[in-house]
Design a protein around this ligand. Structure first.
Ligand SMILES: *Cc1c(COP(=O)(O)O)cnc(C)c1O
Ligand code: SF4
Length: 411
């Protein structure tokens, strides 16, 4: 029998027989990289998140006293001054392997001159957020939920940031969130049941400031579900204090989406911070961006998702890198994204498999991208293939199928 492949098959990767043997076996290692480039700093200071913020690496001199930069990186740091600030916490800077020019940590936070190369399809606001803002700082794209941008600052800056037009305070635009107008909008729109608090990074606000926002949102009866999108547990795990966790626990159900791209980011300190959040009852999901030279290969992604599960974090989304200006050097192909999902699904725990999405350019929202498991589908049947490539048929209930005779059970 010949099946007509009605579904688009062009992104089909090669068979993935080698995947099982690539799985990292045995114990998952968590490493602490402290004190690294900061020897002699007392633990009380190192563990203080405000010390970490005050001692961020942000100038050429501060980097070059620790690692040797390439000319492309030096040019990138100068370019960053009026694009997206360069700033890295000591905790995260220590994860850079100084001898490796292609270090996946380094690629994420050290600017490169390629950021100045803008192709025609790249945009300042690739997800069309500005055109979906009913109040400054509040993005309402989906029917029942909103994105609330409460600050424009982050603990460190990701060079591929989709919001780099407003984040860090030196880019093309400024974020002027109007809190009163946002609360008024939320109160008036009873269809909104889910508020995603993001920025920038909301966990850079003080406990008291954050508590004020959460209290105000919880006072709106139709808002059921609160979540915070944050990279602070990764860049600044010291911020996840017992006091912060106790405060967050007052606002349940409150979920958190963290942002980890490479397994090395899951250090001892990060694992412990995530453990404190999980113990406070905060369900944790992870959003990764598929980044060329960082995590665009199966063994790295497999190690990442397994390590996340060990930290009680469920991989949630894997994003194709948005078409942000100057990000071409970061973008991996959609076929690579599909290949990664295909190499995970069935080969490892279902909980470890994120949903691959493209945030549709211009403001279409997140669109799921899946490997082609449905080979054919009509009113009578669906023809599917499993993770091993074996083909199966499943009948639709509408199909005219011969009824089996009822079986009489005998005592
Ligand atoms: C990502 C996003 C959300 C949340 O989407 P989920 O799929 O529910 O996680 C909401 N609003 C905007 C504008 C977003 O970009
Ligand atoms: S932490 Fe998030 S908002 Fe901040 S720079 Fe990174 S991607 Fe952008």
């Amino acid at each position: 029998m010949v099946y007509i492949f009605r579904f688009h098959m062009s992104a089909y990767p090669k068979r993935i027989d080698s995947v099982t043997s690539e799985a990292p076996a045995g114990r998952i290692e968590f490493v602490s990289h402290a004190p690294g480039f900061w020897p002699g700093v007392p633990a009380v200071e190192w563990d203080d998140w405000r010390w970490q913020l005050r001692h961020r690496v942000g100038t050429l001199e501060e980097v070059e006293s620790r690692i040797a930069l390439s000319p492309a990186e030096r040019a990138g740091i100068i370019l960053a001054r009026n694009k997206l600030a360069f700033s890295v916490t000591p905790h995260f800077f220590n994860l850079i392997a100084p001898e490796d020019p292609d270090c996946p940590i380094r690629r994420q936070v050290i600017p490169r001159e390629e950021e100045g190369v803008v192709s025609s399809w790249e945009m300042a606001d690739p997800c069309g957020e500005d055109s979906h803002m009913p109040a400054p700082g509040l993005v309402h794209r989906y029917p029942d939920r909103v994105l609330f941008l409460v600050t424009d600052r982050c603990a460190s800056y990701c060079r591929y940031c989709t919001r780099s037009r407003v984040v860090s305070g030196v880019g093309e635009q400024e974020l002027h969130t109007d809190f009163d107008e946002a609360y008024r909008y939320l109160e008036a729109h009873t269809e909104i049941r889910d508020v995603l608090i993001s920025g920038g990074d909301a966990l850079l606000l003080s406990d008291r400031r954050l508590e004020t926002i959460l209290t105000r949102l919880r006072a709106i009866p139709h808002i059921q579900f609160l979540r915070i999108g944050s990279r602070v547990p990764i860049f600044l795990p010291q911020r996840i204090t017992p006091e912060l966790c106790a405060m967050l626990a007052k606002f349940h159900p409150l979920w958190m989406s963290i942002h980890v791209n490479h397994p090395r980011e899951l250090t001892v300190e990060v694992r412990d911070a995530l453990g404190r959040l999980a113990n406070a009852g905060v369900p944790l999901g992870n959003q990764s961006v598929l980044l060329s030279g960082v995590n665009d290969n199966v063994p790295v992604m497999k190690e990442l998702v397994h390590k996340l599960l060990m930290c009680r974090v469920r991989p949630y989304y894997l994003y194709q890198c948005d078409l942000i200006k100057g990000s071409a050097h970061f973008r991996a192909s959609v076929a690579k994204g599909i290949e990664i999902i295909e190499a995970l699904r069935g080969f490892t725990s279902g909980y470890a498999v994120p949903q691959l999405v493209i945030d549709a350019p211009g403001g279409g929202g997140k669109v799921p991208i899946n490997p082609g498991y449905v080979l054919y589908h009509d009113q009578e049947k669906v023809v599917i293939r499993n993770f091993e490539g074996k083909v199966f048929e499943y009948p639709e209930p509408t199909a005219e199928v011969p009824r089996l005779q009822k079986v009489e059970f005998m005592e």
